[in-house]
Write a protein that binds this ligand. Structure first.
Ligand code: ARG
Length: 218
């Protein structure tokens, strides 16, 4: 313990790793939600081409491991692009998350009673106005808990960014483990940091959810 903590203070690397994990996760969740909404719209559209695009996207992304996707995006797609590593990683995770978010959004929108759409349409709103003004605002409440889940999964999923040379929490823990020949403290430390990060996020999101539910009288 003292070998790594007092003499070298390598544990600071874990703290630096938090920055990478948080940056990648935050940007990825935004990209994921944007892609998710777009793909959900494609999947629910009556246009055959859009529907096919949506189906292929969801199938391919959910059908292949996220590590493989991350490596393909980093080493193949963005091979000649000189962007910061973490941005490319965030794009990869956003693309991955989008497929899962699209199903969350689709299920949420389809959970809203058809009568809501009919009411909107008979008030003279067009299909788009009905969807955006009446169905989506109600669906958000149903979608929110599943989106929070997705955010948590995403944060933990970024623990694979070491595969493309990023020093996140996981990679820092692994590095300290190899350089000190100690396993217990670095790895438990890694786990505790992820746990605290996700606990704080859960508490914050719970507050948002309660605010969203305020208008419900049940
Ligand atoms: N690790 C799994 C994979 O390779 C799970 C990914 C889950 N991702 C998510 N955003 N829900 O695909």
């Amino acid at each position: 313990f003292s070998r790594c903590f007092i003499e070298e203070n390598r544990y600071m690397m874990l703290i630096d790793g938090i920055g990478v994990t948080v940056k990648v996760s935050l940007v990825a969740v935004v990209i994921g939600i944007l892609i998710g909404f777009l793909i959900a719209m494609c999947n629910m559209s009556s246009n055959k081409i859009l529907k096919t695009i949506g189906t292929i996207y969801t199938d391919v992304i959910r059908g292949t491991p996220s590590v493989t996707q991350l490596m393909i995006i980093y080493f193949v797609v963005f091979a000649s692009v000189r962007w910061p590593k973490w941005i490319i990683a965030a794009i990869a995770f956003g693309i991955n998350s989008g497929a899962y978010v699209s199903e969350i959004v689709r299920a949420g929108i389809q959970s809203i009673d058809k009568g809501q759409t009919e009411a909107g349409r008979s008030l003279g709103l067009n299909a788009r106005q009905t969807l955006m003004g009446i169905v989506v605002p109600q669906a958000i409440k149903n979608i929110f808990p599943a989106l929070c889940n997705e955010f948590i999964v995403l944060i933990k999923e970024t623990a694979i960014v070491g595969y493309v040379g990023l020093m996140d929490i996981q990679k820092a823990g692994d590095f300290i483990k190899s350089s000190t020949f100690l396993a217990f403290m670095p790895l438990i430390g890694t786990a505790v940091i992820y746990y605290v990060l996700i606990k704080l996020l859960t508490l914050a999101l719970k507050r948002v959810e309660n605010t969203l539910r305020k208008s419900d009288v049940r």
